[in-house]
Write a protein that binds this ligand. Structure first.
Ligand code: URP
Ligand code: ZN
Ligand code: ZN
Length: 461
């Protein structure tokens, strides 16, 4: 073996126990008590926890959006990932009218590969079916490891929204080839109507971002998406859920045995819409917006009872200067917030405080995203899996400051947030990429993850 981490407490999605873990090359080679090997480097991790690396299944590195580009590209975004214990990202590649899926993916890959410091995969956002030609590409996309497609029910003016008919075609075709559909569920027409009325009445501050996209805007779209997935009995993954009624619809469908998966993000668990009343409210502008206190409580409850399957970041930061475009008009604020460096610390901090278990944190940040999105080599501490490992010090105190982030962004919504417990080592496929505050990785080391589809169904609907 090349390395043994000794005397740690292993955390899996099911249990915690004291053990050593041995790494050989890129893989976990042994787990046991008192592992010995003369050739091994040994790190004593007594008192520390050993976790599978987090998989952030929702990122937008260098996203062209809102007339600009998000501030973290694949280099700074994955540096930040490594320093927070994220060992794999699944980024969104956006197919546009006239473009093919593989063309879109290859284009993104050619930007990402030289820069990525952790492993990566892509979901493909479908914005236009190119007269249904795109549907014929689903099978080859799956063969190439793209096993998830996303639709937006929003962003009509940006030409990213799909109508219900297109969504249904994507839902049905994806299932045929064993892929899953992700949906951003907000009602675009209701938002546009609200925006028009608000601007006409001079309501332009960041608070009106929330007022234009209140709870009902999200719940209608979630219920619509769930309705279609349930009616056709197809799996569906709802991204960045922020609303109580939406999550109740998910619970109902899950309880009836349907394969509806829910993702939320740390920002929806931490903040409420009150942040938009702050002087720097525009820095919190993302879509969907943070909702009222009832939604925040409902999300925590759903997480605890197992109705939230994954926690991801929707990492999409913009510089202060970009956010400032909307000082006098909330519709000009680029939508998105960063947070990849604080995903695992945030959830593990909740575990450390006894709000959820450490196994639940591993389940939603690593095990479930690996399972849902077909990252078969990842997501658990077991022999033969990739040695994507985080060593977490439950006693290390850390207070967030943009000055010390590895993201390129010049501010963070997490400024001043204190964590009791923080990752101290991150390994990606056995390679140390983060050591106690210091990035140790190499750009281009990250490997494209050819994800596996659930099944390949040949019957047509
Ligand atoms: O505000 C957000 N979430 N920006 C990124 C794009 C999206 O909708 O996920
Ligand atoms: Zn979205
Ligand atoms: Zn997103």
């Amino acid at each position: 073996m090349d390395l043994i981490l000794k005397n740690g407490i292993l955390v899996t999605s099911e249990e915690m126990y004291q053990a050593d873990i041995g790494i050989s090359g890129e893989k976990i080679a042994a787990i046991g008590t008192d592992l010995q090997d003369n050739t091994s480097k040994i790190i004593d991790v007594t008192g520390k926890f050993i976790l599978p690396g987090a998989i952030d299944a929702h990122t937008h590195m260098a996203l062209a959006f809102g007339g600009t580009v998000s501030s973290d590209g694949y280099l700074s975004g994955t540096k930040a990932a490594a320093c927070g214990g994220v060992t794999t990202i699944i980024d969104y590649a956006m197919q546009r009218s006239g473009k093919g899926i593989m063309e879109t993916i290859e284009e993104r890959k050619s930007i990402a590969q030289a820069e990525v410091c952790v492993d990566y995969g892509f979901h493909c956002i479908i914005t236009d079916l190119n007269n249904d030609a795109i549907l014929d590409e689903f099978e080859s996309a799956v063969q190439a490891g793209i096993t998830s497609f996303k639709c937006f029910f929003v962003y009509k003016k940006e030409k990213m929204m799909v109508d219900d008919g297109t969504f249904l075609k994507v839902l049905l075709e994806a299932d045929k080839v064993g892929a899953i559909v992700n949906i951003h569920a907000e009602n675009s027409d209701a938002i546009d109507l609200n925006i028009e009325r608000l601007l006409r009445n001079g309501k332009t501050s960041a608070w009106y971002h929330y007022v234009s996209r209140p709870e009902c805007v999200e719940s209608e779209a979630v219920k619509r998406a769930v309705h279609w997935a349930v009616s056709f009995n197809k799996p569906l993954y709802i991204v960045h859920m922020a609303d109580k009624e939406g999550i109740e619809a998910v619970t109902l469908a899950k309880d009836s045995g349907y394969r509806i998966y829910a993702e939320t993000c740390p920002q929806y668990l931490e903040f409420t819409c009150d942040v938009y009343k702050r002087e720097d409210g525009r820095n919190f502008v993302c879509s969907p917006p943070m909702k009222g206190k009832d939604s925040k409580i409902a999300l925590w409850d759903a997480l605890k009872r197992g109705d939230i399957d994954t926690i991801a970041t929707d990492h999409c930061p913009f510089y202060k200067e970009q956010k400032d475009w909307g000082i006098n008009d909330f519709t000009k604020i680029p939508n998105g917030c960063g947070g990849i460096e604080f995903l695992y610390p945030y959830i593990l901090n909740a575990a450390n405080a006894g709000v959820i278990s450490f196994s639940k944190a591993v389940e939603v940040c690593s095990f479930n995203p690996a399972k849902i999105f077909g990252c078969h080599e990842k997501g658990s501490l077991s022999i033969g899996k990739d040695a994507d490992i985080v060593v977490y010090d439950p006693d290390k105190d850390y207070t967030v400051s943009a000055k010390h982030m590895h993201s390129k962004c010049d501010h963070t919504i997490w400024e001043g947030k204190s964590f009791h417990g923080f990752p101290v080592l991150t390994f990606v496929r056995g390679k140390l990429v983060y050591d106690n505050g210091k990035f140790m990785g190499v750009p281009g080391f990250g490997k494209f993850i050819k994800r596996k589809a659930k099944k390949t169904q040949v019957t047509s609907v």
